[in-house]
Design a binder for this molecule. Structure first.
Ligand SMILES: Nc1ncnc2c1ncn2[C@@H]1O[C@H](COP(=O)(O)OP(=O)(O)OP(=O)(O)O)[C@@H](O)[C@H]1O
Length: 505
């Protein structure tokens, strides 16, 4: 029997880059096949060609042995190909069931029942009548996965599916995927998490600069050997010397109680937190537990309103009613979780995206843009952070997910903030790039910056944080010295156990 999917000599070029270059690939029935490669290697481009989002310039696709040209995602779906994207494609103002109804036949009532049923069976709990804009990133991904499962795919493409899931969610997802594999469904799996690939995937194909450079059975490899195959060198995690925090407090959140306008948002309950110059404080927790609400209050995207209680102080100044620009002028740098839309404007060039937060750092004069300075700043961000793209005029939306993330984090670091607040700083980054950012954050700390990191990646928080808090249902745990705690303890706190304990530092 022929392979389920065969790619022969597939190429796709964009103006600045050959994203896929003569790719040959076979996907067998009932296998989980990883596509590995550093940021910008061409993984998402290849998946989009298979899913019909764009068409190859050259080459042939064979589906169940027959040549096909996949002109659109709906044609891909009718062949039996489903895809869960890295950037979700959901309508925010529609409910879960309404979103699913756009792709799956059936009445809202019967789809709602199926959402609950599939959700329960696969461990993806969701309420079908919740409006999508109120869902966390992790919950949105559940909608995407359920939507695909309901279409009974023969091939499911997953682009970095675990980046928004807590550890328990990852194992649950793997169970889901293994069940699908047992049913004969093949899975094309993109991830930068090498442990997960070794645990889950039967085979892997490695891309570098758009070309296939190797294939392997990941279970027979180590993380180091996989990383070497991908990026051509080994990665040493950053050295994490003990922090020498200043006695001053740079960010102080005191007894914060906040009711979000969004009726589905999480109410913050007596949140207290301090970050001093010279330390990195991490916030662990499953997304949707109030992290976004807290981040928006710190950045100034949401200002204190009538019923809010408590205070947010930056170097002794209360900033709870100050707009974001004023906070930035005081020395706040901010990297939001959503890179497209919040972190960067997709339809603007990198140069203009640099201007958006750096304009007060010499890029404007008397209200006029200093184009030379703007171009230099953007060019430095690209070079210093190894952002692979077609240059400062590239539209932010044309960058690979990881490269845009590198640009946004790099831009905020280049402003030399005295307080840097980051949400999911290494989301979607390959092991090399993630390592570079973690190293840079530790360096900023050692130079006296106060750093607050919200991340769902416990490993990352353990690697860089000096103290750790956990968020659960709008509550923030006391902080623990990272060195004196374990991932098991943090894991327990992530289900709210700290609410019944005492004695943390
Ligand atoms: N629509 C587009 N217009 C211009 N260039 C693009 C477009 N889409 C992708 N590219 C370029 O093609 C290359 C491959 O990008 P792709 O998104 O496939 O990488 P990737 O391996 O998925 O990376 P990541 O791990 O960061 O998601 C990149 O250099 C990217 O800038």
């Amino acid at each position: 029997m022929s392979a389920l999917l065969q790619l022969r000599g597939i190429s796709k070029a964009y103006p600045a880059v050959i994203a896929n270059d003569q790719i040959d690939l076979d996907i067998q029935r009932g296998e989980i096949h990883a596509i590995l490669g550093e940021n910008g290697a061409g993984k998402s481009t290849l998946m989009k060609l298979i899913y019909g989002v764009s068409q190859p310039d050259e080459g042939q696709i064979l589906w169940q042995g027959q040549p096909v040209s996949i002109r659109s995602p709906s044609q891909a779906r009718s062949l039996g190909i489903g895809m869960v994207f890295q950037h979700f494609s959901l309508f925010e103002s529609l409910t879960v069931a309404q979103n699913i109804a756009l792709a799956v036949k059936g009445s809202i009532k019967s789809l709602s029942a199926q959402v609950e049923e599939v959700g329960e069976r696969f461990g993806l709990p969701l309420s079908a009548d919740t409006v999508v804009h109120s869902l966390s990133v992790g919950e949105r991904q559940r909608v995407e996965i359920i939507r695909c499962i309901l279409q009974k795919p023969k091939l499911l493409i997953m682009d970095e599916p675990t980046s928004v899931l807590p550890p328990q969610g990852v194992q649950q997802l793997f169970e889901t995927l293994r069940t699908l594999r047992e049913d004969g469904c093949s899975i094309l799996y993109i991830s930068h998490k090498l442990d997960e690939i070794r645990q889950l995937c039967d085979n892997a194909t490695i891309l570098r600069a758009g070309k296939v450079v190797g294939s392997t059975q990941p279970a027979s490899q180590s993380n180091e050997s996989l990383a070497r195959m991908m990026i051509g060198r080994t990665i040493d995690p950053p050295a994490h010397a003990p922090a020498v925090p200043d006695s001053r407090i740079r960010l102080s959140i005191q007894n914060l109680q906040h009711e979000p306008i969004d009726p589905f948002g999480t109410t913050l309950k007596k949140v207290s937190l301090q970050v001093s110059p010279g330390e990195i404080v991490g916030i662990a927790g499953v997304s949707g537990n109030g992290q976004n609400e807290l981040m928006r209050l710190i950045s100034g995207e949401v200002l204190f309103a009538g019923k809010d209680i408590g205070d947010i102080r930056f170097d002794d100044t209360s900033i709870k009613t100050l707009p974001p620009t004023k906070r930035r002028l005081m020395g706040l740098g901010f990297v939001p979780e959503e890179r497209l839309g919040r972190g960067a404007v997709p339809d603007l060039s990198l140069a203009y995206n640099a201007l958006l937060t750096a304009y007060r750092h010499g890029l404007t004069k008397l209200g006029m843009i200093r184009f030379g300075a703007m171009h230099r700043f953007a060019q430095d961000c690209i070079e210093d952070n190894d952002v692979r793209c077609g240059g400062i005029q590239s539209m932010a939306g044309s960058l690979s997910g990881g490269n845009l993330q590198k640009f946004i984090v790099g831009r905020e670091m280049a402003l030399q903030p005295t307080l840097l607040v980051l949400s999911q700083p290494t989301w979607g980054l390959d092991v090399g790039a993630a390592n570079n950012i973690r190293t840079a954050l530790l360096k900023m700390r050692d130079q006296g910056a106060a750093v607050l990191v919200v991340s769902e990646e416990l490993e990352e928080l353990f690697e860089i944080s000096d103290r750790l808090h956990v968020m659960y249902d709008g509550n923030l745990s006391p902080s623990l010295q990272t060195r004196d705690t374990s991932s098991t303890q943090i894991g327990r706190w992530m289900t709210g156990e700290f609410l019944h304990e005492s004695g943390a530092a």
